[in-house]
Design a protein around this ligand. Structure first.
Ligand code: G3I
Length: 354
């Protein structure tokens, strides 16, 4: 009894609530949308990590282990050790998998689209390399992966198409070809175009052009992946307005990499924890966002980009070695006030449940 009281005191004083004995994110979402999380394969032997995953999520994305450079060691030579571990873990727990990602300008071996001097390969050779890679990976996990982020981040921040190695070698239809090859390799897989900030005004017109060209070209495009790397100043009105334009064009949406950066552009001020003002802003931000998600039936999944604050890429970007707090679980795997707020708004939302 004394111990329980003491624990309750500590948790209130630190602004955290103990994990409720029952309930979870996926239960709170009911069948309105899937709740996903990006996982690091090297954490899959950590019981505290995996039990939190299994309790709260019904969808998982490998944070790195299905990216081309994580598997493709040298031309035509693959090491599937990590990706196989990830897929086996998720399949055995009936967690839906989003395969991330088949074509991206980062974390991809240069030999796919460039020669040894860095010049673009011929279109024919580059297309063949892309097709072989997509068939090798999608074919291996056919029936095991629910959907693929086929192409990631093809739109440039300055507008138009990003001038990637694949673009330079193949031309603008490389995106369409990637979708064609993915559909060939697993006709039953869902296929997504995934990108950041394409709901925002500065990038949306270029993304809509690309997506329209995919539709015109006959691509199977199941949904648009909106990454959702936000910060406390991100305007929910702009986000909602932008997503609505995709919905108006007939697309479903996956929020594919959600997190909320709480750090200023320089410095590392919250190493000892978040001040209550920032904690409250984060809580409110998440509450407002999930109120919107719960009332938007075209949003089919929300995936967090990392399980706990300690696992987030935002501890190392744009400055490495900082202490960020962008997720719903803290470094000790405890739910933060933002978690409780998300559960609350999902419980009170009046959206009809399909
Ligand atoms: O695995 C090596 C390790 O062997 C080495 O000792 C260590 C030293 O730096 O690096 C490790 O690789 C790191 C890898 O993550 C695995 O932890 C890379 O340096 C690091 O660059 C890489 O960062 C990943 C990043 O994509 C690469 O661009 C992040 O974990 C991952 O969260 C991030 O995810 C991307 C999405 O795929 C696409 N959207 C944006 C998102 C955030 O950048």
């Amino acid at each position: 009894m004394i111990t329980a009281c003491a624990l309750a005191f500590v948790s209130l004083a630190s602004g955290f609530q103990e994990s409720p004995k029952s309930g979870s994110l996926k239960e709170a979402a009911r069948n309105r949308f899937k709740v996903g999380v990006a996982l690091a394969t090297d954490k899959l032997t950590d019981r505290q990590y995996t039990s939190l995953v299994i309790r709260h999520f019904n969808s998982v994305t490998p944070e790195n282990s299905l990216k081309p450079s994580s598997m493709l060691v040298s031309p035509g030579v693959y090491n599937f050790t990590e990706s196989d571990k990830f897929v086996a873990f998720a399949n055995s727990r009936r967690l839906e998998i989003t395969g991330h990602t088949l074509v991206w300008h980062e974390q991809s071996p240069s030999f796919l689209y460039q020669d040894a001097s860095g010049n673009p390969l011929s279109r024919t050779v580059a297309l063949s390399n892309m097709r072989n890679h997509i068939h090798a990976v999608v074919g291996r996990y056919k029936g095991k992966v629910k959907g693929w982020d086929v192409v990631n981040e093809a739109v440039a921040d300055s507008g138009g198409m990003r001038q990637t190695p694949a673009y330079r070698a193949i031309g603008p239809d490389y995106v369409l070809k990637a979708f064609e090859y993915a559909a060939e390799a697993d006709p039953n897989a869902e296929l997504y175009y995934n990108d950041y900030n394409i709901e925002l005004n500065y990038k949306r017109p270029s993304a809509l052009n690309l997506i329209t060209s995919l539709r015109t070209g006959g691509a199977k495009l199941t949904a648009i992946g909106i990454q959702g790397h936000y910060n406390l100043s991100s305007s929910l009105n702009e986000i909602k307005g932008g997503i609505q334009q995709y919905i108006n064009n007939g697309y479903n949406i996956m929020i594919s990499e959600l997190d909320v950066d709480v750090l200023p552009s320089s410095g590392n001020p919250y190493t000892a924890g978040l001040p209550s003002t920032i904690q409250n802003s984060l809580t409110q931000w998440y509450g407002n966002f999930f109120t919107y998600v719960a009332t938007t039936p075209q949003i089919k999944r929300v995936t967090f980009w990392g399980l706990t604050d300690g696992n987030s890429w935002l501890n190392n970007w744009p400055i490495s070695g900082r202490t960020n707090h962008p997720l719903l679980f803290d470094r000790n795997y405890r739910p933060k006030p933002a978690y409780n707020e998300v559960i609350r708004v999902l419980g009170t939302s009046s959206t009809p449940i399909p």
